[in-house]
Unconditional design. Structure first.
Length: 145
């Protein structure tokens, strides 16, 4: 019996905008923080001893007691309706009338920046930022052209 050897297909080419992406400065900063003896004062790295682990554990237990199935399931794209309503109420109480439909919950600042960039920035647009600024935002804006 003979086996037919099928040549492997080449991997798909990256999009032109992805070819020009440089290394991530945030990834490089985080890699440095893994070195022994390094104390990072970089943003986004709070002191672990300040984490409210007991409070987080209690919140998880409460969410699981209410409905473990719902706690582990995907929610709507915009975020959990109850959370969006709570954010809207808080914003309204602070003087900016807001409806839950005006709120989108993201997994973090990078997801928010990516969504805003995709919705508002066209290739060739000028984006003004402070100096210094969030390095990952610059990378996001560059990727958008």
């Amino acid at each position: 019996m003979y086996a037919t050897v099928v040549p492997a297909s080449p991997p798909p080419a990256f999009a032109a905008r992805a070819v020009s992406v440089e290394g991530s400065p945030v990834r490089e900063i985080l890699a440095l923080t893994e070195r022994p003896g390094i104390v990072s004062f970089a943003g986004g790295l709070p002191a672990p001893e300040l984490f409210d682990t007991e409070g987080l554990r209690a919140a998880y237990e409460a969410a699981f007691a209410l409905s473990a199935r719902r706690a582990l399931q995907y929610s709507t794209t915009e975020g959990a309706p109850e959370l969006r309503a709570a954010v809207a109420a808080r914003t309204t109480a602070r003087g900016l009338p807001t409806d839950a439909d005006d709120v989108v919950i993201t997994s973090g600042s990078q997801q928010a920046l990516t969504l805003i960039t995709a919705a508002l920035i066209e290739p060739g647009d000028v984006v003004l930022v402070e100096n210094p600024t969030y390095l990952a935002a610059l990378q996001c804006f560059r990727l958008a052209g």
